[in-house]
Write a protein of this length. Structure first.
Length: 257
């Protein structure tokens, strides 16, 4: 099943893909979403597919060797979330930026102390994430707070896919249309289930929360004026433009509502 949030004049509306169109539902975070009767065409503009309360990222999980060292994670503000085509804001004060194409796990139920056997049962589905990073800020900030929380630093989308095997998905990163990096979820040090076991040993995850699984070489530098494109097999393409820092537009504020 495929879920998204469609941009409307009343804010993002939850929808499911049905009969070659987006059909509004009461919620994507319930066991059986109910149709409302409203529909939108496939060409409709999409917002971020969910509005998480919590975003957890995995650091140093991008290579098989990562399994040999203790797991580490960091937090990102939900206010960093934007949807497809929205702007990543480049603040000159934070220095150089990099984009990171990652598989994002969308949590479906409240979860604590998951096990390898039940971890995937807690997953609603998967979407694409661009874990934007202010790379010059990372060395002096072990919590990643300064480097990971700029405006627009967590693009998500374009939709959530519930029927997807996350084991070995190809990731492709392009800047201004040219492919500059590739990777695969098969190269992550800890697979999705292991990541969820680790994260829920530390904190509770709730419906709609996001876990970023790590960057398996799918990263590239980017500057203001350029366009970032992340493709993951089965999940489509997430495109965002980088613009100089400026006050957020009203439609950008809606992404976190």
């Amino acid at each position: 099943m495929r879920f998204a949030r469609v941009r409307t004049d009343r804010g993002p509306a939850p929808a499911m893909w049905r009969d070659e169109a987006w059909a509004e539902v009461d919620s994507i975070l319930v066991p059986v979403p109910r149709l409302t009767g409203r529909t939108w065409p496939v060409s409709s503009a999409l917002a971020a597919p969910c509005a998480p309360t919590l975003i957890v990222g995995m650091s140093a999980n991008g290579t098989p060797e990562a399994r040999d060292v203790p797991a580490r994670s960091f937090l990102k503000s939900p206010r960093t979330v934007i949807g497809p085509r929205a702007a990543i804001l480049a603040d000159p004060a934070v220095g150089a930026l990099a984009i990171e194409g990652e598989l994002a796990v969308v949590i479906g139920v409240e979860s604590r102390h998951l096990t390898p056997q039940n971890a995937l049962d807690a997953v609603l589905g998967y979407t694409i994430a661009n874990d934007v990073t202010a790379v010059d800020q990372i060395a002096g900030d072990p919590t990643f707070t300064h480097g990971k929380n700029g405006d627009g630093f967590t693009p998500l989308g374009p939709w959530i896919e519930t029927d997807l095997d996350p084991t070995s998905l190809a990731i492709e990163v392009a800047v201004d249309g040219a492919v500059v990096a590739t990777g695969s979820t098969a190269d992550l040090g800890r697979a999705v289930a292991d990541v969820l076991v680790y994260v829920t040993s530390v904190m509770t995850l709730g419906p709609g929360d996001i876990v970023l699984t790590g960057c398996p070489g799918s990263t590239a530098p980017i500057s203001a004026g350029q366009s970032a494109s992340i493709r993951i097999a089965g999940l489509g393409e997430l495109v965002n433009h980088v613009t100089p820092s400026s006050p957020p537009r009203d439609d950008d504020r809606q992404e976190s509502r």
